[in-house]
Design a protein around this ligand. Structure first.
Ligand SMILES: [Zn+2]
Ligand SMILES: [Zn+2]
Length: 75
């Protein structure tokens, strides 16, 4: 199996057992991927397809607080 990334010059050649390398590589090109950081315990979480200024909520896996995209506790 061969793979040539459309976005950069990454090449991969191997078997389906190592195809995870390609999937991991493709993740590096995902758009709208952002990392939010919990202001309470400083844990970070990768969010995909979320606008940083949206009012979406997320739960910190570390301290369990419900936080907004700025990492502040959501009321
Ligand atoms: Zn690439
Ligand atoms: Zn936290």
């Amino acid at each position: 199996m061969k793979y040539q990334c459309k976005t950069c010059n990454f090449h991969w050649e191997g078997t389906s057992q190592t195809f995870d390398e390609v999937r991991d590589h493709e993740k590096t090109h995902l758009k709208n991927k952002t990392t939010v950081r919990c202001k309470v315990c400083n844990a970070s979480k990768s969010m995909i397809d979320v606008e940083h200024n949206s009012d979406e909520k997320w739960e910190c896996q570390n301290c369990g607080n419900i936080l907004d995209m700025q990492g502040l506790i959501s009321s």
